[in-house]
Write a protein that binds this ligand. Structure first.
Ligand code: PLP
Length: 465
């Protein structure tokens, strides 16, 4: 990371001012990395790096992560948490599921963050990044025995209990562990149903209404080696409505009061959204943390240690994906621009109907089109639903041109697949005019490496006999 020279952030080229000149205005700027530099309608540089040169060096498509933006979001969280009154220590656990990459976790640790993991793979990423086990928090609604065993063996900081079954499994290991209970407060967050995680009748957490949480408090007494250190709440992801957070905190506080659980550690999860389209109304990190503090005020007798687990709000707008244009097809009035990626590198549009804003990338030495037109940007996969979205792109867009999709730092690489056996893109970190591969591009050989030619079964021709 130090090779990227992030220390001199003041010298970064092309800051917000550069975007301000863009014809779309300030609302547009919020969607892109802080260092995004536009020329007219064209995105030219991120982190001081010419995107067309980056693609020449690393190939297309590429996830590009702007470290200055990540650092700025980290600092916003830290400053906002430090301003809050009435709580003791505060810790930010980076929710690594948003972008579970060794380099990213190492960057977070370098900035003093701890890490939350939700699988053996994410635990391995955190450990490979050099995260101290006591700075790791383990999540999951169906943690494998292997994950539980590794968690106690490494001595992770916290295991977040999600069910009574899991409490029995962890207890049966007979080893000491510090646990938080993940409560389900019955709050329906204003977000896509697939990422609303605190309503009744969904798979996460211990329901307060159905007294699973109360049962967990009783059950844990059977396992004296387990230290019930506090409570956990995560109401969902990509949320802009502050009332959802306030309601969740109120219900957790009421539960703590009713059950007299001593809350030494209170974890309020993640969930703050980021803007995906111009004009989207999303609270700033500062406003969001103020909301959390307002809701906490007087709700608990004391909060010695407050934890948060942001993912999307740390990395979402720091990332873009750059694609190369291939086929351009006019079907009546509709122009389809097909690019060299799609639902395999960003399943969000196909999965959630999510919208990502797109812009053309500056053509080095090439003329810029005076006119833009509305097009459908299509992926290369074998589904009509593989559309990355509508975009205003140059009327003369042609094969080989580059386009960038905004706000792809969170939940794109981490949810990517090999549909159609397409290799996954490279991930390149940029800062101060430097670029570095943090996840190498997959090859077709990588993609088919686990397949095996039939051996014993190759002679079976009639399985039904
Ligand atoms: C338990 C938990 N904590 C934190 C997060 C991070 O959420 P976000 O990326 O919305 O901040 C998630 C993701 O939904 C989660 O499941």
């Amino acid at each position: 990371m130090s090779s990227l020279g992030l220390s001199g952030l003041g010298r970064l080229e092309g800051g917000i001012g550069a975007i301000g000149a863009h014809s779309h205005g300030a609302e547009w700027a919020e969607l892109w990395p802080d260092t995004a530099a536009f020329e007219g309608n064209y995105l030219r540089r991120v982190g001081g790096v010419e995107l067309s040169e980056l693609i020449a060096a690393h190939g297309s498509p590429a996830y590009v992560l702007d470290l200055a933006t990540v650092e700025s979001r980290i600092n916003q969280w830290k400053t906002a948490l430090a301003a809050g009154a009435g709580v003791g220590e505060t810790t930010i656990h980076y929710a690594s599921k948003a972008l579970p990459v060794v380099g990213v976790c190492a960057f977070m640790a370098q900035h003093g963050l701890h890490v939350d993991v939700a699988s053996e793979g994410e635990l391995a990423v955190a450990l490979a990044a050099g995260i101290a086990p006591e700075h790791i928090l383990v999540h999951g609604n169906n943690k494998s025995m292997e994950l539980l065993a590794q968690s106690v063996e490494y001595g992770v900081g916290f295991i977040v209990i999600d069910s009574l079954d899991e409490l029995h499994r962890l207890g049966a290991l007979g080893q000491p562990a510090t646990v938080l209970l993940r409560l389900t407060p019955g709050v329906v967050a204003d977000t896509h149903e697939a990422v609303a995680t605190a309503a009744e009748h969904q798979k996460f957490g211990l329901s307060i209404r159905y007294e699973l949480a109360h049962a967990a408090v009783d059950l844990i007494r059977q396992y004296p080696q387990l230290d019930l250190a506090g409570l956990h709440l995560h109401i969902g992801s990509n949320i802009a409505n502050k009332d959802n957070f306030i309601a969740g905190i109120g219900r957790v506080a009421a539960f703590a009061h009713d059950t007299r659980v001593a809350v030494r550690h209170l974890n309020l999860g993640g969930g703050l959204g980021v803007p995906y389209v111009p004009g989207a109304v999303v609270p700033s990190i500062t406003d969001h943390v103020e909301t959390l503090f307002e809701a906490l005020d007087g709700a608990f007798p004391s909060v010695p240690h407050l934890m948060v687990e942001p993912g999307r709000s740390l990395v979402g707008t720091a990332g873009i994906t750059v694609y190369s244009v291939g086929t351009v097809k006019d079907v009546g009035d509709v122009r389809f621009v097909s690019v060299d990626g799609g639902m395999s590198d960003n399943p969000r549009p196909a999965m959630y109907g999510a919208v990502h804003t797109m812009a053309p990338v500056h053509r080095i030495g090439g003329a810029e089109s005076p006119t833009m037109r509305q097009v459908m940007v299509a992926g290369l996969h074998c589904e009509s639903g593989d559309m990355l979205g509508q975009a205003a792109l140059p009327a003369d867009l042609r094969a080989g041109d580059l386009v960038a999709s905004a706000t792809t730092g969170a939940y794109t690489l981490s949810m990517s697949s090999n549909y159609n056996r397409v290799p996954r893109p490279v991930m390149v970190a940029v800062a101060n005019g430097n670029h570095e591969t943090w996840v190498r591009r997959e090859t077709v050989a990588d993609v088919i490496a686990r397949d095996q030619l039939p051996q014993a079964l190759k002679l079976v021709t009639r399985l039904a006999d």
